[in-house]
Design a protein around this ligand. Structure first.
Ligand SMILES: [Zn+2]
Length: 383
């Protein structure tokens, strides 16, 4: 893909939350209700409202050699892997060279490449679809705001987020995340764009097609101060399509960015973190991503306010940085068509991650390896 790209490899920047606290502004993509606009700037540390043993720990400022695992010492009894049993799955696990089961021959157009050598009992690494460039490149970086991720309610203080925020000063250029065609460029009074919700302000939607993807992908850029493209226009990846602003329901200048797959309504969104090209890590290898699906005993997607990722670089080692996530809050947020995840974090340094959370009264503790330029998908179902 052509166009601008971040030259920086910032391994830890997504975790440096403290610097964002003062500057952060936010929106709700589904900002039909004004209560969702409460800025709650003091809750942006990512720990407010969290329960459990990790609630008092500091999520940012890695690396740290502090207490490696506040969640340590818990077992995994009572759990089973969806892959461990007889259930046929393209994710089928350990020792399964290649794919097996009825899904093996149904080649999806976007066929994730399962590298069997990277599979473990309950997770597998995929090639992924990191096809999108970062739409802003500001003095505040080009990372997503980690305090209000896709599907997050910011601990119940906001509506479930239909996209991600990228912080940037008003007037900064907004770039097309990929080449495509402009399908919407205007105010959020265009019902086509907002599907019954207001709050986007000036919004651009681009339609993209990618080789091997059998449905259109849309990217949405909201709160724009200025729009520099018109409907029907073709744009190249990286092309300037507008300027960062705070139009619509925004507490300050920032870019609200969405990925929509198959259709361009708010019901078609996916997690942009699983589409952005990862930055280069400290060893110049690209970062990777981790996605997970947590199921209740009845098979439904779990709704958890605190999923903790501890980056340890080596399996079982001391945590170097910690990321706090929550599962996608509502049915308005969709997992990947293939992976059906209900939590995810992109742009993670390659290495081992300890994934811990409390569900059904028990603490779950899993180790997952993240590979450069790939997405590791963990699946856990409580018995
Ligand atoms: Zn937003």
């Amino acid at each position: 893909m052509s166009g601008w790209k971040s030259p920086r490899g910032r391994v830890l920047s997504a975790f440096v939350l403290g610097s964002l606290i003062v500057l952060q502004s936010a929106c709700s993509g589904a900002a039909a209700n004004t209560p969702s606009l409460t800025p709650a700037p003091l809750q942006h540390t990512g720990t407010a409202g969290l329960s459990g043993p990790s609630a008092g720990s500091t999520p940012s400022r890695a690396p740290t050699t502090a207490t490696p695992s506040p969640l340590q010492g818990t077992g995994t009894a009572g759990l089973s892997s969806p892959y461990a049993g007889s259930t046929p799955s393209p994710l089928q696990g350990t020792g399964t060279a290649g794919l097996s089961g009825p899904d093996a021959d149904s080649t999806p157009s976007r066929a994730p490449t399962t590298d069997a050598s990277n599979c473990q009992e309950d997770w597998c690494a995929y090639e992924g679809h990191f096809w999108l460039e970062r739409p802003v490149q500001s003095v505040m970086g080009d990372d997503i705001d980690p305090t209000y991720r896709y599907g997050s309610t910011e601990n119940g203080t906001r509506e479930a987020h239909s996209g991600v925020e990228l912080q940037a000063p008003a007037g900064d250029s907004v770039h097309a995340a990929a080449g495509g065609v402009v399908v919407v460029a205007g105010g959020d009074d265009q019902a086509h764009a907002v599907a019954g919700n207001s709050g986007y302000g000036n919004v651009v939607i681009l339609k993209h097609s990618f080789p091997g993807l059998d449905q259109p992908l849309f990217t949405l850029y909201a709160h724009l101060q200025e729009i520099d493209v018109a409907p029907g226009e073709s744009v190249s990846g990286g092309q300037v399509i507008g300027k960062v602003g705070a139009t619509g329901a925004a507490t300050g200048p920032h870019l609200h960015f969405e990925v929509r797959l198959g259709g361009d309504t708010i019901g078609d969104t996916r997690n942009p973190e699983l589409w952005f090209q990862p930055h280069a890590g400290e060893d110049s290898r690209p970062n990777g991503a981790l996605a997970g699906q947590i199921l209740n005993p009845d098979g439904s997607l779990a709704n958890l306010s605190n999923v903790v990722l501890q980056y340890t670089r080596l399996q079982g080692a001391v945590a170097l940085q910690v990321t706090y996530l929550q599962t996608y809050a509502s049915s308005a947020q969709h997992g990947d068509d293939e992976w059906q995840e209900n939590f995810a974090a992109g742009d993670l340094p390659a290495g081992w991650y300890r994934v811990t959370f409390v569900i059904d009264g028990g603490m779950i503790d899993r180790q997952v390896e993240v590979f450069p330029g790939r997405v590791s998908v963990l699946k856990v179902r409580v018995n």
